[in-house]
Design a protein around this ligand. Structure first.
Ligand code: CA
Length: 227
């Protein structure tokens, strides 16, 4: 049974989401603020985190940043009440895998939770191989990446995108194909989300992220991995 950590300060919403998640067979732990949420994530190692942005004390962005800095790799879905795109992009830049804008339907949330859990368990179990380029070594089955011998923590979304590009080395992979493989559900986030994850990957793996050598943009078409 997958374990989900829900960090949401609004009591009624927290309870409703907990009930819905439990009804769908997930084990749920909850927190009403960022600090205790972080502690729970570190001690309980959940399979997925649902994280509200507007929290007392430590906000969701800060929680996400600290989680990723500590090497936490499970999917993080952020809940944002604001519809401004800046929030969504900031969340993705800080290492969240996806965002959901409030108000959302339980059905939509469940579809995303399911898609992210399936993807991250596929990544752990059936990944094909290792690859290396430059001073980067990627071990897909072990979900580890090193650069110059130093461990580079990639989120599960970043690893999935990298694996897709590597599997299709020297071919153009479109944003839609990436969206489909990575998110794999009907209500897709805009392709901007793909671009943000690509930027993050370049910062982690490219010698000069502004002039990428390995993860190339093919204008109007998508991305191509050259290894
Ligand atoms: Ca809130």
């Amino acid at each position: 049974m997958a374990k989900i950590l829900l960090i949401e300060d609004e009591q009624a919403l927290r309870q409703a989401l907990q009930d819905a998640l439990e009804y769908h067979g997930y084990s749920v732990i909850t927190s009403a603020d960022g600090v205790s949420g972080l502690n729970l994530a570190e001690n309980e190692n959940p399979d997925l985190v649902i994280l509200d942005v507007m929290l007392p004390g430590l906000d969701g962005f800060e929680v996400c940043t600290r989680l990723r800095a500590s090497g936490f790799r499970s999917p993080v879905l952020i809940l944002t009440a604001r519809s401004e795109e800046v929030d969504r992009v900031v969340g993705l830049e800080l290492g969240a895998d996806d965002y959901i804008v409030k108000p959302f339907s339980t059905r939509e949330l469940m579809a995303r939770v399911k898609a992210h859990l399936r993807r991250s368990s596929n990544l752990a179990s059936s990944s094909p191989s290792r690859c290396s380029f430059g001073d980067v070594v990627v071990d897909f089955p072990g979900s580890t990446v090193t650069r110059g011998g130093k461990a580079i923590p990639l989120t599960s979304t970043e690893l999935t995108i990298l694996r897709l590009l590597v599997e299709r080395k020297d071919e153009v992979v479109s944003r839609d194909q990436i969206l489909n493989v990575v998110w794999g559900y009907e209500s897709l986030p805009e392709s901007r989300a793909v671009d943000t994850h690509i930027v993050n990957l370049r910062h982690k793996l490219e010698p000069n992220p502004g002039k990428p050598k390995y993860i190339i943009t093919i204008h109007g078409l998508g991305y191509k991995f050259i290894g």
